[in-house]
Design a protein around this ligand. Sequence first.
Ligand code: SF4
Ligand code: SF4
Length: 412
Amino acid sequence: MDKLKKYEYSMDSCNHCGQCKWILPPKMHGWDFAEICPIHRYHRFDAYSGQGLLNISKEVLNGKLKIGEGLEKVLWSCTMCGACDVNCKSVRDIEVLETIHTLRTVCAEEGTAPESLLSMAKKVEETHNIYGESHDKRFAWLPEGFEDDKDSDTVLFVGCSAYTHPEIALAAIKILKAGGVKFRLLREEEFCCGASLWRGGLMADAEKLISRNMALFKEKGIKKIITACAECFGSFRGIYPRFGAMEAEVLHITQVAAKLLEEGKITLKTDGEMQKLTYHDPCMLGRLSEPWEAWEGEIKPYGLHVPEKKWRRGFDGVYAEPRAILEAIPGLETVEMPRNKEDALCCAYHSRETDGDMSACTAEERIREAKAMGAEKIVSACPFCLDALSDAMPMEDISVLLARYIEEGGAI
Ligand code: SF4
Ligand code: SF4
């Protein structure tokens, strides 16, 4: 309970205003498309919200609610998207998401983690990927004879999603090669980034894997990590610093691609296609990718944090670069959804196993929002968003889209 106690100030400071369920009024386009918490939107019950989970945490801390008697249903419905957290921070400087995560950690330690999470953790332990696929096949999609720059101190980290979406990793390679970026692959030494373990509150498993990966980057002298996957990016920036200093610079492929376009190092062709697109900000590339910094200190009256604390408000995510890429591609028209950037609605993929109906309903809502803006296609930068949203609407990964338009350096 000591872990939860650390967030007692956040629990006590909730003023029940409800802002964690809505985007801020000045940003609203009306009531429609203003709700931000996927679980509250679906369940219509306050327990299912940042506010509710803060209150539940307090009752657990006070011993009034017992772990294992049903609160887990609410807790593992949460997608851990952080939308409650950034919206709450416009009214209170408190840690909503960190509290929810800590409650998960405590519940997991008490043996009440969902079966699906434990099964995934077993797969990661045995095969080093979340799907339980053979580790030997992690890079099976590489074209025969493909050569990387083995002495480079820049690595392209493809992530577990290369099993399900190798086209994203291949597109990232095409972009880097076309732009003349030297990089290496870790091949059999690349393991899962560990985001799913951490998100699920399996801290011992997460720490073991993350420490292993950090030691590997150090041993290999890696100075720059480019990720093909938003999940790995958010993990390296927002989770890894909790376990030690990340010495390597971390970039998402969209950041590298936007710079290559700006510098004229990759040029694009027109293919005559005219499309109206909308960009869906993945949580792990957006608000959850904000760099994490440790804070220890004292909370004085009126919430004054001494020493001063750097709050993660979601503004420092990667928002401009994907939009710059879409702007640069000839023949595309981009429209914004009302819930965008730090206020993007989560696709809810990560609660598919624990609250399938809510997850499906949230994906439908996001598609409704895209269609309401007149979009013909959703573009995103995360393989999990792709899986969540592509059932009912045309969808494409931004790297794959960009790679189709690259004029030169097409062969990898
Ligand atoms: S926005 Fe923050 S203070 Fe307001 S109800 Fe939600 S958690 Fe509580
Ligand atoms: S993290 Fe997302 S799903 Fe969970 S309570 Fe906050 S807004 Fe709702």
